[in-house]
Design a protein around this ligand. Structure first.
Ligand code: FES
Ligand code: FES
Length: 157
């Protein structure tokens, strides 16, 4: 199996590594960098649990190869809260609105909503809800998660 050297930034830290040609970004983040907040559910792009932000856009880490991350900047759920522990507004909203449940799908949802509301963007509630349709929550209690979308649409500034 061929190996390739990549250089990327993960949660603000420069990373240089050798990855196999077939290695997914999700496996690289979890297995090599220990960023296990990125969860793997379906591993074929359906559930959204593995979503991370690559160069500002939400990306399915199970569908992107690690070699494709060369030269990019990646944010995982571990990189969202401030160093002092202050939660990202999306994390705080999920906590306040009881949208966490078992938490397995939560990191992916957080990353999608964080990407959409980055830099003061204020998407319409419908756009946020539409984005949530790309996430399958096995706990099935979507009410709290939908309240988060409502809150972010109202509070993003
Ligand atoms: S694990 Fe990537 S979309 Fe389900
Ligand atoms: S919170 Fe349990 S799978 Fe979504």
């Amino acid at each position: 199996m061929s190996e390739h050297r990549i250089e990327t930034k993960v949660n603000g830290e420069a990373v240089a590594a050798h990855v196999e040609a077939r290695e997914t970004l999700a496996d690289f983040l979890r297995g090599k960098l220990g960023q296990t907040g990125t969860h793997l559910g379906c591993e074929h792009g359906v559930c959204g649990a593995c979503t991370v932000i690559v160069d500002g856009a939400p990306v399915r880490a199970c569908l992107m190869l690690a070699v494709q991350a060369d030269g990019t900047a990646i944010t995982t759920v571990e990189g969202l809260a401030d160093p002092d522990g202050t939660l990202h507004p999306v994390q705080q909203a999920l906590r306040d609105e009881h949208g966490l449940q078992c938490g397995f799908c939560t990191p992916g949802i957080v990353m999608t909503l964080a990407a959409l509301t980055a830099d003061g963007a204020k998407p319409a509630e419908d756009a946020l809800k539409d984005a949530l349709t790309g996430h399958i929550c096995r706990c099935t209690g979507y009410q709290g998660i939908l309240r988060v979308a409502q809150r972010l649409a109202g509070e993003a500034a």
